[in-house]
Design a protein around this ligand. Structure first.
Ligand code: BEZ
Length: 220
């Protein structure tokens, strides 16, 4: 008998979570409702998802504050913020750190850091201080092969009905491509609006696939 498929139901302090036999948390999956949480952020408390219903949300985690790759990611995401606002999308960062420490990091970025021709970049999105790693564990952001206490670079794109629509994981060593995250978000919005699919390397304005794979069954 293999143990891979055996699950244990354990009651953890915050809520019931399902753990596999080797103790790994089950990852959230595409198509599920995003798990709710309340959190302290650099812009005050948030209640997720109720504070964001009707908006797209990009929930993204960082391995550590005051580190170079994470800093460049904050700056890049901030520079693209007008595009994400136009797409009715709220970014929410997360770090396993205290809110005061993250605020210190954000101030340092805004006041001192230069990257790729940008400086004095205002960081406009809230960043969750998840010291107890409750949200990080809930969302499968802690990958024990990397670290027990730091998140990997996770991205969850969550739609206005609070359903998880896309998940990306990157290692700590490789900064994310925020143009790609924007492209994926636009693809999801186009898919929803026109019931189509988007081909490989699709870019906004280019041809789409009609009907979408989901609508083939409906059409037959
Ligand atoms: C960074 O953001 O530079 C970083 C953070 C954790 C591990 C490796 C790199």
């Amino acid at each position: 008998m293999t143990t891979d498929s055996v699950s244990l139901e354990l009651t953890l302090p915050t809520e019931k979570m399902t753990l596999s036999q080797n103790g790994a948390e089950q990852m959230p999956v595409i198509g599920e409702k995003a798990l709710p949480f309340t959190a302290s952020t650099t812009q005050g408390p948030i209640h997720f998802p109720e504070d964001f219903v009707g908006k797209w949300v990009i929930l993204f985690s960082h391995p550590a504050s005051f580190t170079p790759v994470c800093t460049t990611e904050f700056m890049r995401f901030a520079e693209l913020m007008p595009d994400f606002e136009a797409l009715n999308t709220q970014p929410i960062g997360l770090a396993v750190d205290s809110v005061p420490s993250i605020i210190g990091w954000v101030r340092e970025i805004e006041e001192k850091v230069k990257f790729d021709g940008a400086e004095h970049v205002h960081i406009p999105f809230p960043v969750i201080g998840d010291v107890k790693m409750e949200i990080a564990h809930k969302y499968g952001m802690i990958h024990k092969g990397f670290s027990d206490t730091k998140t990997v670079r996770a991205v969850f794109i969550i739609d206005p009905q609070s359903v998880i629509r896309a998940i990306l994981y990157y290692p700590a060593s490789s900064g994310r491509n925020f143009e790609e995250i924007k492209r994926l978000l636009i693809s999801l919005q186009v898919v929803d609006a026109f019931d189509v699919a988007t081909p490989a390397d699709w870019q906004p304005g280019k041809d789409v696939i009609v009907p979408s794979p989901n609508s083939c069954e409906k059409a037959s």
